[in-house]
Write a protein that binds this ligand. Structure first.
Ligand code: ZN
Length: 440
């Protein structure tokens, strides 16, 4: 079911602080590149991300066994066209990289229209859009084109050419590790294998890049790992190569389809009650854009791999309109106009808030648990009712069994109010860190 579209607060189209425009600007640079699950398009993309963050490019040779899969041969394409007998290119890869079925084997021959049609893909319901099709794991070739153009193709002899390579090489992916005070990790993963498609998933690439830059610039308790991987095979490859360290992942998010004007969608981890599930739900509940929380199901993006039963990691998926629920999905209409700067900016703000809760959530202890301590004599008596309420809730529930998130949920106050109150009480000596008391 399609969900309500978010209205931009205050209307208008300009970025709120410039972040939205910057996110969109990064997408504009990445958009023309022909990406796939392997190949130079992936490397070029990661090199552009390196202008923003020191992401490392990892190369895994074709043929490497990764669980039940094998890293495939590397695919690169230089050009492709269909030419009619008059010498006119009726379809040209130079116009759109979506014209070639991604991972097409090389071909160069002449054929009649009837035979050519077996290799053509269109969208009759949207006759001016080009579909996005892939042929990763079966060796074939094809072209995608607007149905309106397909219907105009005359009975003729056509020259078809796909100037591509499919041969042993590498699978490339990007990894950025940012160490924190603890080895426990927050994982942010996004797929980078789609060619000129914007929401799925240049929006995820841009948001994860800016989030990494944000995390880098701030102090942090957790260590962070940002993964930019080709969908499915990339996540499987990373999990296979890092199998013995996945127990460090305390919280994880897959970011995808997060730049369109639909409301937010959060797909919970397989566990359903992981801290990250509660945190994202809490943050979404306390912001104005429509949202929904959905349960895990084993279809979608790389949360499928992170949440496979052998790993069962606490990894959810953050989206706006989910895959398959907007008509532009996997077509040329998922373009730079479909993704809005203000939507990117809103998504970024939510993700930043989520990480703030991840960083700040912990258990604090009330040092004066018998009756309320006297706030006035410590200059802690707040003027505003909501602040007062937050302080009273924290004091009441800081019994060693409730985290700050528990307190925020029980009080129905936004986490940052609870965290602010806790900070003041901590500074005023009324609260103690759990670890401090354990030592003393
Ligand atoms: Zn996709």
């Amino acid at each position: 079911m399609a969900q309500k579209t978010a209205d931009r607060p205050g209307g208008g189209k300009n970025g709120l602080s410039g972040t939205g425009a910057a996110l969109h600007g990064l997408m504009e640079r990445l958009y023309p590149i022909c990406r796939s699950i392997t190949g130079d398009g992936v490397r070029q993309t990661l090199e552009i991300l390196q202008e923003h963050i020191p992401v490392e490019i990892r190369e895994v040779p074709s043929g490497t066994r990764v669980f039940d899969w094998t890293v495939p041969d590397e695919w690169n394409v230089r050009g492709a066209y269909i030419r009619d007998s008059a010498g006119r290119k009726v379809v040209d890869f130079a116009d759109s990289n979506l014209h070639v079925v991604n991972y097409s084997i090389p071909v160069h021959r002449k054929m009649q229209l009837a035979e050519l049609k077996k290799h053509l893909h269109t969208l009759p319901d949207h006759p001016h859009w080009i579909p996005y099709r892939t042929a990763y794991y079966n060796r074939t070739w094809g072209f995608c084109l607007p149905h309106a153009l397909y219907e105009r193709l005359a009975d003729d002899t056509y020259e078809v050419c796909i100037d591509s390579d499919l041969k042993p090489g590498h699978l490339s992916y990007g990894e950025l590790y940012l160490p924190g005070e603890t080895e426990q990790e927050v994982l942010v993963s996004t797929h980078l294998c789609h060619p000129s498609l914007a929401n799925d998933n240049l929006s995820g690439l841009a948001l994860a890049t800016f989030l990494a830059r944000h995390v880098r610039s701030a102090g942090r308790r957790y260590s962070y790992r940002f993964l930019f991987v080709p969908a499915t095979i990339g996540a499987i490859t990373w999990l296979s190569l890092n199998r013995d360290r996945t127990d460090r992942i305390s919280h994880g998010l897959v970011v995808a389809c997060a730049g369109d004007p639909g409301g937010f969608t959060y797909k919970k981890s397989r566990r359903g009650t992981a801290e990250i599930d509660r945190i994202v739900s809490h943050v979404l509940r306390h912001q104005p854009t429509p949202h929904r929380i959905i349960d895990f199901f084993p279809y979608g993006y790389d949360e499928r791999q992170y949440c496979s039963c052998g790993f069962d990691l606490p990894v959810g998926c953050f989206m706006r309109s989910p895959h398959g629920e907007y008509v532009q999905y996997h077509t040329s209409a998922d373009d730079l106009d479909f993704v809005r700067p203000w939507c990117l900016e809103e998504s970024f703000a939510v993700l930043v808030s989520v990480l703030e809760v991840v960083e700040q959530n912990r258990i604090l202890l009330n040092r004066y648990p018998h009756c309320e301590p006297q706030l006035g004599k410590r200059n802690l008596y707040p003027r505003e009712r909501e602040q007062h309420l937050a302080i009273l809730w924290v004091l009441n529930l800081a019994d060693g069994r409730h985290s700050l998130l528990d307190i925020a949920e029980r009080s129905n106050l936004p986490f940052h109010h609870i965290a602010d109150a806790a900070g003041k009480l901590l500074a005023g000596g009324l609260l103690a860190e759990q670890d401090d008391l354990a030592v003393s």
